[in-house]
Every structure is written in structure tokens, then in C-alpha cells.
Design a protein around this ligand. Structure first.
Ligand code: PLP
Length: 363
């Protein structure tokens, strides 16, 4: 296997893939694989319940929050959230920090008024506007943030806590697709957290939503039933057939994560990985980074070769060395190494060794 730096779908822990392969034809003596089971049968219900319980434990989700296993991806949630939460207020606030939050705002405009509470557009989305500078509207239904911008490689260096600016009454929504479970988050500070599974959790097709109870039951009349949080919550995420296999793999990943010491344990590894890679980048003239050092993402490391005419040669040599999917997103250019939970320090070391060697040969 290669070291896979894809932004998502992304590398999964090898232990998880091996276990899934072993259980593919016969899950725990059921005589069938998980993909073939009824979602209402006792075997699959036990898998889904364990996955939810483990996720709750890992994220320390308070009892007054529902954990929903949905479909439609994070882009689907960009519509599902306003459909559920705009309510009679008809307005929401958005903080813009890069491609994903900009896209989320655009989608929300289809469902109500949107006010931009803060934007780092002027810096080319290389900074996160400090919370003290956010200008919230008088009575928004919610405030939307994307706390890790996967494309730009930007991560909030602080926990969003509107109590600090005297607006604790506004529910905070956060797109945590690309850093969920990579660091501790105080769920109680948020109204809703959501993310696609295909980076830190498992296969594409599963969307995780963690939502506070008081935000349920306000969906617009035209909100599809399958996307009404209250309907989904009341049916235990089984209003319609859930993405069963993706939930099963997610459950194996949650168990793997618990064996790594949970979120606190994996965070220590993630810090070590990010320090290794950014430390190398800062010390090598051949490469440059553009995101402000205070808000560099631990998960998605974006960097550039100073001589961009060498980009193709870099990617070809990296592939040759067993380092895959390093090309940056087309809107940003350059390179991006996504180093999610499943990427071991060894993989980041292999990347740094390769980059040092490439710079020595071409610099
Ligand atoms: N939001 C963020 C932060 C992402 O990284 C992605 C990645 O694909 C998305 C939204 C879109 O997710 P999906 O393709 O699952 O809809």
C-alpha cells in the first residue's frame, strides 16, 4: 500500500480494513455480511447502536444532543440546515473562511436571508477573523462556521464560543467534516455539528449530525421528511434505509480510535505529525506555505514549490516513491497533504524525507 494523502475519501486504518475483509462474508456467525443485512434486524441494530454509543463517548456528546446518521454529504447539509433551522426568523449569519463556507453561504441564500458576520476574503482566506471582530445580525436563526477549511488548509485556532462576545443565545453550526475526531471539541458550545464521514470516519455516503434537542421540530413545511432532523431523530436514524455498510465501518473506526487513546490520544499524534511537516516546510527555502501560521490546519497541509514549473516533476517523483494524492485542489494550486487520523507519523516522515531529497536534487 502507498502512503495516501488524499483529502477524502481518504486512507483508513489498516486494522479496520483487515477486520472488515475478514467479516465480509460472515459477520460474527450471522452467515451473511453486513452489506446484506436488513437494517431492522437485530444484528445491524446492534452495530448501529454500538457505533452511536462509541461516537457519543469519543466526542463526549451531552445527553441533550441527538446523534444522527444521515445521507447527502456535507453539501446536502448546506441545504438541510437552513431548511431545518431558519424557522420563522428567516435569516442566518455566516463566517467565511474559504471555499467550503463560501459554498455553504451560497446554498443557504436559496432558503432565506444570509448575513456575512465576518470574512477573511481580504487575506485570500489565509486567516480566521478573530471572534471579537464578528458582527452578528440582531436575531439570526444560527451562526454558521466551517472550522477546518479542507481546500485552503485553514483551521480555527480557537473554539467558537459566542458567550465570549455576549451572544450565547445564537446557536452555532459548524462544518467539521475534515477535522471531526481529530481534537477535542466542547459540543455544548454548539447547536449543531456536522460532517461527511469520508475523511476521518469511514466510507463516503454517511453524514454525521450532532444536534441539540431544542433545535429539532422547526423544519420548513417543504423540507423533505427524510431530511427533517426531528423525523430522523425519532426514527433513530432509520426513517429510511441508512447507509448500513458505512455505519458499520465507522463503528470499526470508532473502536480503533478508542484503542488509540480516544480523541485526546489521537490529538497528540496529530500535533506531532503537523509539527514534523510544518517544521520541515518552515526550514526549507525550496517550499513555501501561505496560510497564516496561527491557523494552519493539522489535517490538510497546503504548500507550494517556489518554482511551480517543477510541480509535475514533484508529483511524478512522489508517486514513484509511493506517496499518493499530493496535488492541491485546483482552486488553490500547489500541493496538499491530508494527514487525517489514520495517517501514521511514519507516513509523514516518509513525505518529509522525500521532500528533502527532492529539494536537494532540484534546488
Ligand atoms: N465541507 C467540507 C469542510 C469538506 O471538506 C467537504 C469535502 O468534501 C465538504 C463540505 C463536501 O462534502 P460532501 O462531498 O460529502 O458533500
Amino acid at each position: 500500500r502507498v502512503w495516501n494523502f488524499s483529502a477524502g475519501p481518504a486512507a483508513l486504518p489498516e486494522e479496520v480494513l483487515r477486520q472488515a475483509a475478514e467479516e465480509m462474508l460472515d459477520w460474527h456467525g450471522a452467515g451473511m455480511g453486513v452489506m446484506e443485512m436488513s437494517h431492522r434486524g437485530k444484528e445491524f441494530v446492534s452495530i448501529a447502536e454500538a457505533a452511536e454509543a462509541d461516537l457519543r463517548e469519543l466526542m463526549a456528546v451531552p445527553d441533550n444532543y441527538k446523534v444522527l446518521f444521515m445521507q447527502g454529504g456535507a453539501i446536502g447539509e448546506n441545504a438541510i440546515i437552513p431548511l431545518n433551522l431558519m424557522g420563522s426568523k428567516g435569516r442566518a449569519d455566516y463566517v467565511l473562511t474559504g471555499s467550503w463556507s463560501v459554498k455553504s453561504r451560497k446554498e443557504a441564500l436559496r432558503y432565506g436571508d444570509v448575513h456575512v458576520a465576518a470574512t477573511s476574503e481580504a487575506s485570500g482566506y489565509t486567516t480566521v477573523p478573530p471572534m471579537e471582530s464578528w458582527q452578528l445580525s440582531p436575531d439570526p436563526a444560527y451562526l454558521f462556521t466551517c472550522t477546518n477549511e479542507t481546500i485552503g488548509g485553514l483551521e480555527y485556532p480557537f473554539e467558537v464560543d459566542l458567550a465570549r462576545i455576549g451572544r450565547a443565545e445564537v446557536p452555532v453550526v459548524a462544518d467539521v467534516s475534515s477535522h471531526i475526531l481529530s481534537r477535542p471539541v466542547d459540543v455544548s458550545k454548539y447547536g449543531l455539528l456536522f460532517g461527511g464521514a469520508q475523511k476521518n470516519i469511514g466510507p463516503a455516503g454517511l453524514t454525521i449530525v450532532v444536534v441539540r434537542d431544542d433545535l429539532l421540530g422547526q423544519a420548513a413545511p417543504h423540507c423533505p421528511s427524510a431530511f427533517d432532523y426531528k423525523t430522523v431523530a425519532e426514527a433513530g436514524s432509520m426513517y429510511n434505509t441508512p447507509p448500513t455498510y458505512a455505519i458499520y465501518i465507522a463503528g470499526l473506526v470508532f473502536q480503533w480510535l478508542k484503542r488509540q487513546g480516544g480523541v485526546a490520544g489521537i490529538e497528540r499524534r496529530n500535533i506531532a505529525k503537523a509539527e514534523l511537516l510544518y517544521g520541515f516546510l518552515d526550514g526549507c527555502e525550496f517550499y513555501e506555505t501561505r496560510v497564516d501560521a496561527s491557523c494552519r490546519s493539522r489535517m490538510n497541509v497546503t504548500f507550494f514549490l517556489r518554482d511551480e514549473s517543477l510541480n509535475d516533476a514533484f508529483l511524478a517523483a512522489a508517486k514513484e516513491a509511493g506517496l499518493a494524492q499530493l496535488k492541491g485542489h485546483k482552486s488553490v494550486g500547489g500541493m496538499r497533504a491530508s494527514i487525517y487520523n489514520a495517517m501514521p507519523l511514519e507516513g509523514v516522515q516518509a513525505l518529509v524525507d522525500f521532500m528533502r531529497d527532492f529539494a536537494a536534487r532540484k534546488g
